[in-house]
Design a protein. Structure first.
Lengths: 90, 208
């Protein structure tokens, strides 16, 4: 599934074993595609010495408040780079 | 690790002995690869030196150029790695992304998963950048963390935290302080600090 800048997405709430580069704190959280970064070798395969499949990488912008509901500022954001297979339409 | 050696090793008087599993593993792998002549110990040493000789003053040069040249600033914000090449700095395969501070927006960089940092521009990260408290807290309570660094931001300023979770590396383009309008590029570069390019400080002419 591919996404465009401005699209609303949700990070899949998956908890696989092993090396992944999706921080725990954004799993299951909704955000907006800030930009499409490009295609990169999947680090989840590279970490084990395999050649990585190309995966689309996105920068997803989360409202601070959506990630940590007890934070005081409504406008603050966290931008995280997330691979396509971790995202679904929100 | 072998305990007897018939070949010379680079000597590291300041380096503590391997103490945990991964340090031992790293040392063992390096020793095996040296023994198998994949590379020489001096080459490992040279690679470390090359990493450590990169200093934040390269980033400071880039910031100063962006302050005096609006067209360069546009190119830097569009493609940080290309902007490095323009200044005869080698970004390697690093994809540098510059984010600009304004009176309305303040950017700060972290790598919550490990210690990703724009090393090709600024050398190794400071110890606090790699510490668990900074990595855990700056996404959770950025205003409090920045205040501890001495940076009080008003509610009218939006904070953008950038988590270097994958392939991009970030540098903050801090705001040019007032009172520097007639300064040369070199003089401007001299006041740009490492911390201001990570986003935990502003560039100031005098201490607060």
């Amino acid at each position: 599934m591919s996404f465009a800048a401005g699209e609303h997405v949700r990070v899949r709430a998956m908890f696989p074993m092993g090396h992944v580069r999706t921080p725990f704190y954004v799993r299951g959280k909704a955000g907006v595609i800030e930009r499409v970064v490009g295609r990169f070798d999947n680090p989840e395969q590279l970490a084990y010495g395999r050649s990585g499949d190309k995966k689309m990488l996105y920068r997803v912008r989360f409202a601070q408040r959506d990630v940590f509901p007890d934070t005081p500022s409504a406008n603050d954001t966290i931008d995280v780079e997330i691979y396509e297979h971790w995202l679904e339409k929100a | 690790m072998s305990t007897t050696h018939d070949h010379p090793h680079a000597h590291h008087p300041d380096h503590h002995l391997p103490s945990n599993y991964y340090e031992k593993l790293t040392t063992a792998v390096i020793e095996i690869l040296v023994e198998k002549k994949m590379f020489r110990a001096e080459e490992v040493q040279r690679a470390i030196e090359k990493m450590e000789e990169r200093l934040p003053d390269r980033g400071a040069r880039m910031v100063a150029r962006a302050w005096i040249d609006p067209e360069f600033k546009k190119r830097m914000l569009a493609d940080g790695s290309a902007a490095m090449r323009e200044l005869d700095m080698d970004p390697g395969d690093m994809l540098l992304t510059a984010v600009e501070n304004t009176p309305q927006v303040h950017n700060v960089i972290v790598c919550t998963l490990c210690s990703c940092y724009p090393r090709m521009l600024m050398g190794p990260p400071p110890a606090w950048y790699k510490s668990r408290p900074y990595r855990a807290r700056v996404v959770r309570e950025p205003r409090k963390v920045l205040a501890e660094f001495g940076l009080q931001l008003g509610d009218d300023v939006t904070i953008r935290v950038h988590d270097s979770s994958a392939d991009l590396r970030y540098v903050v383009l801090p705001m040019r302080p007032a009172g520097t309008e007639d300064w040369s590029e070199e003089r401007l570069a001299s006041i740009v600090t490492r911390d201001s390019m990570v986003g935990v400080a502003d560039v100031r002419l005098t201490a607060p």
